[in-house]
Design a binder for this molecule. Structure first.
Ligand code: PEP
Length: 254
């Protein structure tokens, strides 16, 4: 079976003004000066920066994604952005179900699934986030919680080419804490088995499963070497070109 091509995606969250596009220029400088990176790279800026970033990156193999999308195409949903709008602005993917959306906006698995399907409707790759809280981990419920989120959030007819899972333990996001390598391997292995059961071994084995939660240049190599970790979803460390490149560098050509 062909190896799963890794993806490292940066999630800028609600950070970034026009001047922040300078970080993209710095990142390009680092990439051009470094070893060949045999991976896919994506940046998910706030919606306001999708078009200028996509224009800046035209012809350069760094994709631009959105951080969320509404499930409808258009309508009376003040402040929301549809998947079609993201695509129109130059995005090729949308993160859905990030834990900050699930907690701040009360998004259920059913809502996340509808958003993932909206992403597909607009031709975007859906990056579906799942992950347990600290209390759920302490209670020994991690695999049940994550398994339930995968089952409930995965869009209909998901395939390896249009859907990515991001395992992000909620307690590891922005905290500097990370699970042990064994814990990451256990959860990613369980997600892989579940995807193979739900989608068949072809699609299930080929679907990327990213790890997210305090990935930094100094822990990236260990995290990215774990079985069934097919890249990273990176928050804080994606905001500075040097840090983000330090994570990408893990995938430099040998
Ligand atoms: C995230 O928000 O997706 C994330 C992983 O954040 P951080 O890398 O800052 O923990």
């Amino acid at each position: 079976m062909a190896a799963v091509r890794p993806l490292v995606a940066g999630n800028w969250k609600m950070n970034g003004l026009a001047e922040s596009l300078g970080q993209v220029d710095l990142l390009l400088d680092r990439i051009m000066a470094g070893a060949r990176l045999d991976i896919d790279i994506m940046i998910c800026p706030p919606a306001t920066l999708i078009r200028p970033m996509a224009e800046r990156l035209e012809g350069i193999p760094i994709a631009v994604g959105g951080q969320d999308c509404h499930m409808e195409v258009s309508g009376a949903h003040t402040g929301d952005v549809s998947a079609e709008m993201l695509a129109d602005a130059g995005a090729v993917a949308a993160i859905v179900g990030h834990s900050e959306r699930r907690s701040d906006h009360g998004e259920s698995d059913a809502i996340v699934k509808a958003k993932a399907q909206a992403a597909h409707r607009a031709g975007l790759t859906a990056i579906v986030c799942v992950g347990e809280t600290e209390a759920q981990r302490r209670a020994g419920d991690t695999l049940d919680v994550v398994g339930g989120q995968v089952a409930g959030s995965l869009p209909d007819n998901a395939s390896a080419s249009d859907t990515i899972i991001a395992y992000e333990p909620v307690w590891a996001i922005g905290t500097g804490l990370t699970p042990t390598e064994d814990d990451v391997a256990e959860v990613h292995g369980a997600i892989r088995s579940q995807l193979c059961e739900l989608l068949g071994t072809g699609e299930g084995a080929g679907m990327r499963i990213l790890y997210g939660g305090s990935v930094k240049p100094d822990n990236a190599a260990a995290l990215m070497a774990i079985d069934n970790v097919n890249g990273a979803l990176v928050g804080g460390a994606s905001l500075k070109a040097d840090d983000f490149y330090g994570i990408l560098e893990v995938y430099g050509a040998k």
